[in-house]
Design a binder for this molecule. Structure first.
Ligand code: SF4
Length: 482
C-alpha cells in the first residue's frame, strides 16, 4: 500500500541539517517545476530498495525528499528520477544491482531528462564505485550511507549538472533528526534507534559500510514515536543492527544512557502505540532485564528474532559470534520458560568456510531443540573485505547445496509443528492490506508475526481485529474474523 503521509511537520524542524535539507528541497522543486512546464507532464520518481529494514527506512526518507521536490511516486523504473538504495550483505545482491542498472541505461537512452542515482551500503565499497564510474557512465549521482541526510542537496546539484556526482564519506558520528519521511504504511513504521555495528562477525560487511554504533537520544526516539502516534501509527518497530547494545556508546554519566530494555518500556508508554517490535537483538547481549520488560508489557510483540547463524562451536568461534551452542540453547530455554507464547525465529548461514556436514549436524540439532517458529536460511556468500573471505577452507558448492537442503527440511518441519500449535485460537491481528493473490482476502499479522488471511472489508486495513485461526498452511493461516 502506498501511503501519502509526510511524517514531518515542517514547522517542527529544529535540526540544522534538516533545515538545510528543506532549503535544498525548495531549490530542487523550482527545477522540477520548470521541467514539468517544459515537458508538459508531471515528473516521476522511483525508489528501489535492496536489503534490510534499515534500508527500507532510509528509502522512506529518500522518497519524502523526492515527493517534496515535486516528483510523483511510481513503481516503474521508466521514470525521471530513479534511485537504487543498495545492499552489500551478499555478493549476489551486488550482481542484481549491476544487472538492473544495465537495463536502466537502455531506458535512459529514450528519456534524456532521466536522472539515475545509487546509494546505500554497496557504495561504501571503493571497488563498486570504481566499477560504476567505468562501466555505467550514465549514472548521475553516487553517495553512501553516512551522508544520506545530504540527499536534498545532492539532488539539487544533480538537477543542475550533467556530470557524475560522487559523494562518499568514510564515516560519520552525526545523527540527523527530523528529516522528512514518506512512510509506506500509514499505520506502522520503523524507528531507527541506532546506527552501525561494533561486532565484526567475520562474514559481515556491515561494520565496514555502516560504521561504529551510534545511538539516538532516547528523548528523540520517544518524540518520534509520539509524532508517529499522532499521525495514526499503531505499531512501531525499533531498528538497529544490534539493539541490545543501544545506549552503550553514551558516557557513563550521560543521562541519555539507558538500556535497550528501558527504552522499550518507555516506547510502550506512548499513547496510541499499541504494538512494539524490535529487530535485531544479538544473542550474546540478550539480558534478563529485557525478558522482564517483555513479560510485563503486553504491547511488546510476542516475537523474538534471534540470529543463530551456526550451531557448531568451532564455526561460531570463527564467525566471531561470541556465544556457544550451549549458551544459545540456554537462552532459548530461558525465553521459552518465561514467555511461552513468544515465537522465536532465526537466521542461519550454511557453508561458512570449514563447515563440514558433521558440523552442520550441530546446527540441525539446535533447530530441533530450539523448535524455531521460522528460520531464514542463507548460503554463505563470500564478501570481499571481510576476514572470512580470506579463509582458505571455502566449502565446495555441492557440499553446501546438500547441507542446505538437509537443513531446510528440518527447518520447515519444525516451523510447521510450531504453527500447528496455534490452530483454533483466536488472535488479535493488525490488518496490513489486501492479499496479493486473492482480492477478497485481507492479510493480518499476529503479535507473534504469523500471517493470517481472511475475508473482510478493505476499510479494516490499519485496524486491529480478532481472527480465528482455522487452517494452518505451514507459515501462515487461513482464518475468519470473529
Ligand atoms: S552483529 Fe554481526 S552480523 Fe549483525 S551487523 Fe553486526 S557484524 Fe553484521
Amino acid at each position: 500500500m502506498n501511503g501519502n503521509i509526510l511524517n514531518s511537520n515542517i514547522n517542527d524542524i529544529k535540526d540544522e541539517e534538516s533545515s538545510r535539507a528543506l532549503k535544498y528541497i525548495e531549490l530542487a522543486k523550482e527545477k522540477v517545476t520548470a521541467l514539468e512546464k517544459e515537458l508538459g507532464r508531471k515528473m516521476r520518481a522511483c525508489v528501489v530498495t535492496f536489503g534490510c529494514q534499515m534500508n527500507a527506512r532510509d528509502s522512506e526518507k529518500l522518497l519524502a525528499t523526492l515527493s517534496l521536490a515535486g516528483y510523483e511516486e511510481t513503481d516503474s523504473e521508466d521514470a525521471d528520477f530513479v534511485i537504487y538504495n543498495t545492499c552489500t550483505v551478499r555478493d549476489n545482491a551486488d550482481q542484481r544491482v549491476y544487472g538492473r542498472l544495465g537495463q536502466l541505461g537502455n531506458l535512459k537512452k529514450n528519456n534524456p531528462h532521466m536522472k539515475v542515482a545509487i546509494c546505500g551500503c554497496m557504495m561504501q565499497e571503493t571497488s563498486s564505485v570504481e566499477k560504476i564510474q567505468k562501466s555505467y557512465r550514465f549514472v548521475d549521482l553516487i553517495f553512501g550511507t553516512h551522508n544520506i541526510y545530504k540527499f536534498a542537496e545532492l539532488l539539487n546539484t544533480t538537477l543542475e549538472s550533467d556530470r557524475m556526482i560522487i559523494d562518499i564519506w568514510k564515516d560519520t558520528d552525526k545523527i540527523v533528526e527530523d528529516l522528512p519521511v514518506k512512510r509506506k504504511y500509514s499505520f506502522k513504521s520503523g524507528v531507527n534507534i541506532m546506527y552501525g555495528c561494533n561486532n565484526f562477525c567475520t562474514y559481515c560487511i556491515v561494520p565496514y559500510v555502516r560504521g561504529r554504533e551510534r545511538s539516538r537520544s532516547p528523548r528523540e526516539i520517544i518524540r518520534e514515536c509520539e509524532k508517529l502516534s499522532g499521525d495514526g501509527v499503531k505499531e512501531v518497530m525499533l531498528l538497529g543492527q544490534n539493539v541490545n547494545s543501544y545506549g552503550l556508546d553514551f558516557a557513563d554519566n550521560d543521562p541519555d544512557r539507558i538500556s535497550f530494555a528501558l527504552l522499550l518500556e518507555e516506547v510502550c508508554k506512548v499513547d496510541g502505540i499499541k504494538r512494539v517490535r524490535f529487530m535485531t537483538p544479538h544473542p550474546k547481549d540478550f539480558s534478563d532485564e529485557l525478558l522482564d520488560v517483555i513479560e510485563r508489557n503486553p504491547k511488546i510483540a510476542r516475537h523474538i528474532h534471534l540470529p543463530l547463524q551456526a550451531g557448531n562451536n568451532e564455526i561460531l568461534r570463527r564467525m566471531n559470534r561470541k556465544y556457544t551452542k550451549e549458551q544459545y540453547l540456554a537462552l532459548v530455554d530461558k525465553i521459552r520458560k518465561k514467555l511461552p507464547d513468544v515465537a522465536i525465529t532465526t537466521d542461519i548461514i550454511v557453508g561458512f568456510p570449514g563447515e563440514t556436514s558433521e558440523m552442520l549436524d550441530d546446527t540441525i540439532d539446535v533447530v530441533r531443540k530450539a523448535s524455531f517458529d521460522n528460520a531464514f536460511t542463507f548460503i554463505y556468500s563470500k564478501r570481499t573485505g571481510t576476514p572470512a573471505a580470506g579463509f582458505e577452507d571455502q566449502v565446495p558448492e555441492d557440499v553446501v547445496k546438500e547441507n542446505f537442503d538437509r537443513l531446510l527440511k528440518v527447518v520447515q518441519d519444525t516451523a510447521k509443528e510450531q504453527a500447528l500449535k496455534l490452530s483454533g485460537r483466536v488472535e488479535e491481528v493488525l490488518v496490513e492490506g489486501r492479499n496479493d493473490h486473492d482480492e477478497r482476502l485481507l492479510t493480518g499479522r499476529m503479535s507473534n508475526n504469523t500471517l493470517v488471511h481472511f475475508e473482510a472489508d478493505e476499510s479494516l486495513i490499519g485496524s486491529f481485529v480478532n481472527v480465528r485461526l482455522d487452517e494452518c498452511h505451514g507459515f501462515y493461516y487461513m482464518g475468519r474474523m470473529v
